[in-house]
Design a protein around this ligand. Structure first.
Ligand code: SF4
Ligand code: FE
Length: 485
């Protein structure tokens, strides 16, 4: 069976010889690094749960290529039920990790590239789809993590890719050879890149004539020569190496992003899935974005469940749980969370089959889903902080709780209602801090805003898909208008 265990996953990453820069130092591997370990644990959960009977139906699927049981994160969606299961799986993982578990970008990328390569081949008689299927089968059989890489630095956003001062503001082909291509450029904000085995690169925007060198899609191992990663800082990240697990709020799990550099990276022909076909770039961008905007209706609601639970526990510890305004705030948080989830499920239920045979989400509803996600977690975070109280940001450190000079005072003055120990109270407040201000806030808040495209990107698709003309006709008929205007 192609499924890896969580420990096998860690070993497989440990075998990689990546070029990773973190806090000014070069490391070759994230395994064992205190800053990166929580992010590895989150990805590991996507493997561990696949081995639990209770979760296996959600975490696995039958490969349409081999008929074998594979991890759902490497699966090509064969039905609306698959799309729904994907969102449910993501909610579950959000609940289990309270962070970004990073593996979805690859799942969303393979589903987008699957259908677009089929369509390019149909038009140009190229061989991209069969090449891509070979890569996909390898990922399924070896249960790999794929970093779906789309976001270019973009330089001056006013100018197209081929008119930038820095010609590599968008990743491009710098040399074409008989056996492959050489690429230069960068991909920003790459979720889980250092925890991945492979990178699947796609163009970042719709491209026109003259931008052929930028219309490129390929896969490359994360430790290929010329690939290097510069890890992004997160708020409060150094707490992870201070040996104060309590102060981190979520000692076990986290997310990670990196700036991934491609410095003259050679891509052999059989790993190229688009090479100059500019007119297919918008379909690829739109489909990947659609899948990833659906994803947020799952993962963010799972993390939201943890935040709601933490806020409710904080109310218990404060002795405010019976106050009507507290109950109402928890109801509001639940309402917001379930609205996001509803959109994730709805865009899955309304999905349709592509020419290549896999299932795509309903683009309008997926973009409405993500548009809600750009707002609701912020309001949920505000409500959680309101319920938690100011102690969340004024609480002393774990070290003060361990120091005999101060421990007694902390226990005496910071214990909660019903003798909730001061230790438990501080742990809980740290979790809320982690989710709304600390390392997890990267994934829960700012990523909710900008991940899978910033809010305006969704509004553009919502505008395109809104069917205004049809709605005008409806109004005309009801009002019995005589004019054609
Ligand atoms: Fe998955 Fe959510 Fe992280 Fe994106 S933000 S990789 S959808 S967990
Ligand atoms: Fe994301």
């Amino acid at each position: 069976m192609p499924l890896m265990t969580g420990d096998e996953y860690l070993c497989s990453i440990q075998r990689k010889k990546m070029q990773i820069y973190l806090f000014g130092e070069k490391i070759s591997n994230p395994v064992g690094n205190p800053i990166l370990a929580p992010s590895l644990n989150s990805v590991k959960m996507t493997y561990d749960l696949a081995w639990e009977d209770e979760y296996r139906p959600l975490l696995t699927a039958r490969s349409h290529l081999t008929g074998r049981l594979i991890n759902r994160f490497t699966h090509i969606h064969q039905s609306r039920e698959d799309l729904i299961a994907k969102v449910k799986m993501q909610r579950l993982l959000g609940q289990k990790t309270a962070s970004c578990f990073q593996r979805c970008v690859g799942m969303d990328a393979v589903n987008a590239v699957f259908s677009v390569t089929y369509e390019i081949d149909r038009k140009y008689k190229t061989a991209y789809h069969s090449r891509f299927l070979r890569f996909l089968q390898e990922c399924q059989e070896q249960d790999l993590v794929i970093d779906g890489a789309m976001t270019d630095p973009k330089g001056d956003r006013h100018l197209p890719a081929n008119r930038q001062t820095n010609p590599e503001a968008y990743l491009r082909v710098v040399e074409r050879r008989a056996d492959g291509i050489i690429v230069c450029g960068a991909k920003c904000h790459q979720t889980g890149a250092c925890n991945s085995h492979e990178i699947l690169v796609m163009p970042t925007v719709s491209l026109g004539a003259g931008c052929e060198d930028y219309a490129v899609s390929f896969s490359v191992p994360t430790d290929a020569p010329g690939v290097l990663m510069i890890i992004g800082r997160q708020s409060c990240d150094t707490r992870k190496k201070e040996d104060v697990p309590m102060d981190t709020g979520n000692p076990e799990f986290g997310g990670v992003e990196a700036l991934v550099i491609f410095d003259h990276v050679f891509i052999p022909n059989d790993h190229i899935y688009m090479n100059g076909e500019v007119e297919f770039s918008s379909a690829l961008v739109e489909r990947f974005a659609g899948y990833h905007r659906q994803s947020y209706g799952g993962c963010k609601t799972g993390v939201g469940d943890v935040l709601i639970g933490a806020a409710a526990l904080a109310a218990d510890q404060n002795g405010t749980e019976k106050a009507s305004h507290i109950k109402d705030k928890l109801i509001e948080m639940t309402h917001l969370n379930e609205t996001m989830y509803s959109c994730g499920i709805a865009c899955s239920c309304e999905g349709c089959q592509t020419a290549a045979g896999n299932y795509s989400v309903d683009l309008l509803l997926a973009n409405v889903c993500k548009q809600n996600v750009t707002r609701f977690p912020f309001e949920m975070a505000r409500l959680a902080q309101d319920i938690a109280g100011g102690l969340m940001v004024t609480a002393p450190s774990q070290k003060d709780l361990e120091n005999p000079d101060t421990a007694e005072y902390i226990q005496k003055y910071l214990a909660g209602a019903d003798c909730a120990s001061s230790q438990d109270r501080l742990k809980l407040l740290r979790l809320i801090e982690n989710l709304t201000l600390g390392t997890a806030a990267v994934g829960y808040l700012t990523e909710s805003l900008h991940g899978a495209g910033s809010p305006q990107a969704q509004r553009v698709v919502i505008g395109k898909q809104s069917g205004l003309e049809r709605k005008k006709e409806l109004a005309k008929q009801i009002a019995r208008l005589n004019t054609d205007s």
